[in-house]
Design a protein around this ligand. Sequence first.
Ligand SMILES: NC(=O)c1ccc[n+]([C@@H]2O[C@H](COP(=O)([O-])OP(=O)(O)OC[C@H]3O[C@@H](n4cnc5c(N)ncnc54)[C@H](OP(=O)(O)O)[C@@H]3O)[C@@H](O)[C@H]2O)c1
Length: 325
Amino acid sequence: MSRIHRVCVLGGGGFVGRTLCQQLVASGREVTVLSRRPERRRQLLTLPGVKLVKADVHQPAELEKYFSGMDAVINLIGILNEFRYQKFRDVHVRLPGNVMRACWKTEVPRLLHMSALHADAGTGMSEYLRTKGEAEQLLHVDAGDHLHVSRFRPSVIFGPEDQFFNRFAGLLRYSPWIFPLAAGRVKLSPVYVGDVAQAFIRTLEETASYDQRYDLCGPHEYTLKELVEYTAQLCGYKRKVIPLGNRISMLQAFFMEMLPGKPFTLDNYHSLQTGGDCSNDGLGMLGIDKTPVEAVVPSYLNSEHTRARYDMYRKFAGRGEERFQ
Ligand SMILES: NC(=O)c1ccc[n+]([C@@H]2O[C@H](COP(=O)([O-])OP(=O)(O)OC[C@H]3O[C@@H](n4cnc5c(N)ncnc54)[C@H](OP(=O)(O)O)[C@@H]3O)[C@@H](O)[C@H]2O)c1
């Protein structure tokens, strides 16, 4: 049996979490997922060895209760937008601090933490990236000798249930012939969700990964315009994608931020300005072959699938602040 057998995953019901839980189970581990709304995460229960628990992860006592007896904790929790009931600082900084302290109290020796490419407390381009960077710094400086932390910094992540290609496919479907695109010239290096999950699995028991951080990027860099054009091509939509200049992009973000569900915000726009540069090649360091966009995306992007996704988006957006999951 592996040294690290019992793993508690926060955010395990999300897009990355579901793939990671599959890989943890496949590697023979027992997985406990904490969720605010387990009824929405029931598909995890099809995985043998996964326990799904309702918990308020913002309460330190709840964290201690469920961390007790665990060999490792993985924190995937993150948000793209702030709402009345959730702020970047609470989710990206306060929560990881509570997770770290709960690990100390319950003597959990291993913590894997999900951050984001270009997260930086000082120079991050957006509040999303600055708060993600603050948590990384906190864990790097304060974790201490008995809690071994590794941090992961992916570029945009793709896979069958992603919120990137699927969302653009939904938007393209109902757009007129011309598709104005904010930040169309920024560069991105999309990384496959299966490779991201594999990076977590490989480092779990790897002492060389203690206090390390890994940038996770795919094999190729594309402009956002190229990725959106590729999406349109796969879905069979004839659209002319027109990249907007900086000012008009910001104006678009300003107005879209006011729509239900906040499909695009000024903070999202600033996050995109960092580009895809991935100088610290985490997947390469971990010996993981990088899966290209072209090897996976055609398997899940087609007009039937995106119609269903878009209908679901409209349903959630209609409820006000709920995020499209
Ligand atoms: N997807 C990407 O392209 C990408 C790129 C770079 C970095 N990341 C980072 O990777 C992580 C996972 O991303 P993902 O795409 O899998 O996200 P996701 O599908 O939205 O899942 C996020 C999870 O976080 C939990 N969560 C969300 N808001 C919360 C809140 N206010 N309080 C407590 N828990 C909350 C949710 O758990 P419950 O609802 O079950 O409680 C959910 O399972 C995030 O930290 C994200 O910042 C993602």
